[in-house]
Design a protein around this ligand. Structure first.
Ligand code: SF4
Ligand code: SF4
Length: 539
């Protein structure tokens, strides 16, 4: 809506190119990210060879099944039995490939073994790695990388909700639109469990309120038998003791409960129903009592910003994780765009959360140095702002350490070096969304319309969409991110040194730039001048 009104948009490959070719190339070389250089080199040199190499062992053996998956297991130290032909290919092609590849990707092999083979969620990690390998075969090595299918899908399971939250991206309520039936939902789960011939590692039920659907427990249990990691995002008000037990029995691994204030006055005002806070807090306690990994999720905005520290404290007292949700003007939140945080306010929030996770990281490191191991859980405080990677990197550097929250969900020790590959915003790359009627979108925070719906999980071929959809490819290529000339200065994610670990929230870009997913995320402190210009237009 604001696009092009007052700014001269300037592509990184600017028009001075012809007049000052040599000078321009020198300028580009100085300012270009090393990752952009690597991407260019990969595409012409390494990738054709890699694709050819992987295709030699990404084969289906009539005796042993998928050699890609079997060779992965073997590389990670799991016992596999292979026919003589597969044994030969595995020894001479797959194994050396994995050895060299993991070194090039700077992936810690010990860490990988621990996660894939010993961890309770090894199945999810294993599928994730399988998707990554098949992604390299299909699309080559890229920064950030593109797996052959998403690692996680968030399924907006229903349009129904018993609350009336101001910021609901789904604009949920009485739920008048058609949704998948129980049988159709099972068909969808069957399809997801076979994505790219590997299967989806993680599925999250969101909404609307997923617990308003009577078949939720049946479908969650059905999904858990086919997909290794199942989670639910709930408003918490229906999480009675009985329902918390049913969630546990269905095999749900993780519950995220929305809490938008440290008191009922703030929470209920935003959620639209009196008593919502007390019931949600009781829901958190019921899940903790059941021994479920639980998290409180908070959308921070202008009216609850002052609660930030109190909510962090609440999470500590309740013994649960904390997830900050970025305010994105979409769905009902579009009607309250004035609630969005300024770049300075967002930075304040990210500092507050970042300090919590870095403190845990340093405590764990110290304990490890003293005793050889640590049981401190580091992955407790997160933000869905992709800038969280940039902020945690800077904060930890100030303290003389190297720690980055890689994507906006991952903070695993042992993968510090792969931040650029994970790449911050994962929309349409590491993750995508499904609507209650089965429509597929890059992210739940994108509005639902003819430009954002990529197809339908029951009617269309997911793999074809994932491989070819132009919107997905726009979201995946960081070199395409745009810059704007503001007061003679180039501004935007396109010129940001952190674009490969962050990339800006593409849903926020869509929202503020009238559907332009390559535009800058103006909520970032680096794009503050754009924020001022654009919000100034509204006044
Ligand atoms: S300018 Fe864009 S890419 Fe850089 S940190 Fe900000 S949001 Fe992320
Ligand atoms: S667009 Fe990217 S950063 Fe924004 S919410 Fe979606 S996945 Fe997260």
């Amino acid at each position: 809506m604001y696009h092009g009104l007052i700014y001269t948009q300037k592509c990184v490959l600017g028009k001075n190119y012809k007049r000052h070719k040599l000078g321009y190339i020198a300028y580009k070389w100085e300012t270009m990210q090393i990752d952009a250089v690597e991407n260019a080199l990969f595409s012409v040199t390494v990738n054709p060879m890699l694709k050819e190499l992987i295709s030699r062992f990404d084969i289906e053996c009539p005796v042993d099944g998928s050699l890609l998956l079997n060779s992965l297991k073997d590389f990670l130290g799991e016992p596999v039995s292979l026919c003589p032909t597969c044994q030969h290919v595995n020894r001479h092609i797959a194994k050396p490939f994995y050895e060299i590849g993991s070194r090039l990707l700077k992936a810690d092999k010990d860490f990988m073994r621990k996660q894939f083979v010993k961890d309770k969620y090894g199945g999810a990690w294993f599928k994730g790695f399988g998707l990554m390998m098949r992604g390299v075969r299909k699309y080559g090595i890229r920064i950030p990388f593109v797996p052959a299918g998403p690692f996680e899908i968030v399924w907006n399971f229903t349009y129904k909700c018993n609350l009336r939250c101001k910021h609901c991206y789904e604009d949920a309520g009485v739920g008048k639109l058609p949704e998948l039936s129980t049988d159709e939902a099972k068909q969808a789960i069957d399809i997801l469990s076979k994505i790219a011939g590997i299967g989806l590692p993680a599925l999250s039920f969101s909404g609307g309120e997923p617990l308003t659907r009577k078949d939720f427990f049946e479908l969650a249990a059905y999904a858990k038998k086919r997909i290794p990691y199942i989670s639910i995002a709930s408003n918490g008000t229906l999480l009675t003791k009985d329902n918390a037990k049913k969630i546990k029995d269905a095999g749900v691994d993780y519950v995220e409960i929305s809490i938008d204030g440290a008191s009922s006055a703030v929470h209920d005002e935003f959620r639209g129903i009196p008593g919502a806070f007390e019931r949600a807090i009781q829901g958190v306690k019921n899940c903790v009592e059941e021994g479920i990994d639980t998290c409180i999720a908070t959308v921070l905005h202008r009216d609850n910003l002052a609660e930030t520290e109190k909510i962090l404290q609440l999470a500590k007292e309740l013994g649960v994780r904390f997830m900050h949700f970025n305010y994105i003007p979409t769905g009902r939140a579009k009607e309250h765009v004035e609630l969005d945080l300024t770049p300075d306010q967002r930075l304040h929030v990210l500092h507050a959360i970042g300090k919590e996770i870095i403190t845990l990281y340093l405590q764990a490191k110290e304990e490890e140095m003293k005793t050889g191991k640590s049981n401190i859980k580091v992955d407790r405080f997160f933000s869905t702002c992709p800038q969280y990677a940039s902020v945690t990197k800077e904060l930890s550097q100030q303290m003389g350490h190297k720690f980055i929250v890689e994507a906006h969900y991952a903070a695993k020790k042992g993968v510090e070096n792969v931040a650029n590959f994970l790449g911050g915003c994962g929309a349409g790359r590491l993750y995508c969304a499904i609507e209650p009627n089965g429509d597929i979108k890059p992210c739940v925070f994108f509005p639902t319309n003819k430009n954002t719906v990529l197809g339908n999980i029951l009617r269309d071929n997911f793999e074809e969409i994932w491989d070819n959809d132009p919107l997905l490819w726009q979201l995946r290529v960081r070199e395409n991110l745009e810059t704007y000339l503001v007061d003679g200065k180039e501004v935007g994610c396109g010129v940001c040194p952190d674009k490969y670990i962050c990339g800006g929230c593409r849903a926020r870009a869509y929202s503020y730039f009238n559907g332009n997913v390559k535009a800058p995320d103006i909520g970032c402190i680096h794009n503050k001048v754009l924020w001022e210009k654009i919000t100034g237009l509204r006044r």
